[in-house]
Design a protein around this ligand. Structure first.
Ligand code: NGO
Length: 530
């Protein structure tokens, strides 16, 4: 009962493993102790028991974590970067992997196999053997902290929740018209002014560089790479409002708290703008140990095509000069001349419209790859059902759990197959999403569906997607995952496709997690841009 569905699961009728107070975590191999420390801490918070970690062979009833070449899931012994094997028997639990990431994902599977309400006795896990590895190297969630700000503690809570789904990238949309959320030492007004408010006049806020570094390392310990996004040249009103000299005539616009898009642009080609872009990219690149820096580039409706192309070529080159792989929304493909290896993020529909397919392919032509975030199935801000008080509906219809489950990344853009798809990402835009509880309601369970699309085995070429994926089976696994969400106090939408566990059955009542009170209908969003 694991989400995302493991590649191969062999159930067994043999006696189960019982986790007792005497259990220890036996570690072998470089990095195994770090993974064991996180498992021990997770068992302490999930189950109130904190096994000791020992560097000696496992005894009866222990959990073993073994990291060594050939310990991965492939029977031919070839290593898989994030794969693992998990064997549960009466004697022991054994997680084997060739890498620490693989062992860490094995631990996440183990957590899901343990009973969620694990304060009772005995804690047993059915005997099983799992061989597992991901389909895509990039499996992400995006959180828009620009429209509504979320504190470092809230982002950590979000990280904790996505870890369980084996997602390995957290894309933070740090800047937009409504807010600038990352401290830039050479341009301090960006956060002082641009960070002072948010959508609907909500609380402002920003991350100091120290807080951001702390978030990055919290994520990294959990094998999650933070991908920072500084959106430009459009979606820049917060920056323009902070510095008059970035504007024509030196006059700053007012701060913006509405939900229109496409009205702002940096003054491309201007020397002050160029200095601004270089300073921001340099500081953000220095804060980011991960390989990627996202520069947005979406919906630049107030920038001429020529200005857009020149600006994007220059800014993306600066990212590469700062040692990072640039990422942009697929529109930046229009610019041409991007650094080799630039990654495009596709956000058009599962049936591409206009130039979307051609633009997605342009990244591959230039030696890069594509992250798939089709907005009609992977956008987590779209309403689940008509009339929902939170969420947007510009894609034309609600996105049900079913919609977010029945799609395949390699069947969207003709000619764009798995070899050129880096992975999948589900973005949560927050024009209408104000609290972390509301974030979780929008994200779960649909993010679990996208995580499964990104991790689990691809459908066979000849197989229709609806035949390859089993919604009933997924729903059963989600219902058991939801017991863990309840125990952790993670909110989720009780969509009709799933027979959810009875409410308040476990930790939900303990932790006080509750459905947020309904709000007024969401603000209208201009659709002209899309
Ligand atoms: C679009 C737009 C965002 C909105 C979002 C709302 C992209 C890449 N740009 O997606 O600014 O917040 O839709 O769904």
């Amino acid at each position: 009962m694991v989400v995302p569905r493991p590649v191969r699961t062999e159930n067994s009728a043999a006696s189960p493993f019982v986790l007792t107070d005497a259990a220890r975590i036996s570690v072998a191999g470089i990095g195994a102790d770090g993974v064991a420390r996180l498992l021990s801490a997770e068992l302490a918070s999930d189950c109130g028991r904190e096994p000791a970690i020992v560097a000696e062979p496992p005894a009866y009833g222990d959990i073993a974590i073994v990291i060594a070449p050939g310990e991965g899931p492939h029977e031919d012994g070839s290593d898989s970067a994030e794969g693992y094997t998990l064997e549960v028997s009466a004697e022991a639990v054994r997680i084997g992997a060739a890498t620490t990431a693989g062992a860490f994902w094995g631990v996440q599977t183990l957590r899901q196999l343990l009973p969620a309400a694990c304060d009772g006795e005995p804690l047993s896990i059915d005997a099983v053997r799992i061989h597992d590895n991901p389909r895509y190297a990039y499996r992400g969630a995006m959180l828009d902290v620009a429209r509504h700000f979320f504190t470092p503690a809230e982002v950590k809570r979000f990280i904790d929740a996505i870890v369980l789904l084996k997602l390995n990238h957290l894309h933070l949309h740090l800047t937009d018209d409504q807010g600038w959320r990352i401290q830039i030492e050479s341009w301090p007004e960006l956060t002082r002014i641009g960070g002072s408010t948010g959508s609907d006049g909500s609380r402002g806020g920003f991350y100091t560089q120290a807080q951001f570094r702390d978030l990055v390392s919290y994520a990294a310990e959990r094998h999650i790479t933070v991908v920072p996004e500084i959106d430009m040249p459009g979606h820049t009103n917060a920056a323009l409002a902070s510095y008059p000299e970035l504007n024509p005539g030196g006059v700053a616009p007012a701060l913006y708290t509405g939900s229109e898009v496409g009205f702002s642009t940096l003054r491309t080609g201007d020397p002050v703008t160029q200095r601004f872009v270089r300073d921001v990219i340099r500081e953000v690149a220095a804060l980011t140990p991960g390989p990627y820096l996202h520069l947005g580039g979406d919906e630049c409706l107030s920038t001429t095509d020529a200005d857009f192309a020149a600006f994007v070529q220059d800014a993306f080159r600066v990212v590469a000069e700062n040692g990072k792989t640039p990422v942009g929304w697929h529109e930046v493909g229009k610019a041409g001349g991007l650094p080799a290896g630039t990654i495009g993020q596709y956000w058009d529909f599962t049936a591409p419209r206009g130039r979307a397919a051609e633009l997605a392919l342009s990244f591959v032509r230039d030696g890069g790859s594509v992250i798939m975030s089709p907005s009609d199935v992977a956008y987590l801000d779209i309403v689940y059902a008509e009339g929902d008080p939170i969420g947007q509906d510009w894609t034309g219809s609600p996105t049900t759990l079913r919609d977010s489950f029945f799609w395949d990344p390699a069947r969207i853009v003709p000619g764009l197959g798995d070899a050129h798809i880096l992975g999948v990402e589900a973005p949560l835009w927050t024009e209408t999403v104000a609290t972390i509880e509301e974030v979780e309601q929008m994200v779960f369970p649909r993010l679990a569906a996208v995580a499964e699309v990104g991790w689990s085995t691809a459908p066979a070429d000849t197989e229709p997607v609806v035949a390859a994926r089993d919604l009933a089976d997924f729903s059963d696994r989600l219902a058991s995952l939801a017991e863990h969400w309840d125990a952790a106090g993670t909110n989720y939408r009780r969509v009709p496709e799933v027979a959810w566990p009875a409410r308040w059955s476990s930790g939900a009542a303990r932790s006080g997690a509750a459905t947020p009170a309904p709000r007024e209908p969401a603000t209208e969003v201009t659709e002209a841009a899309r």
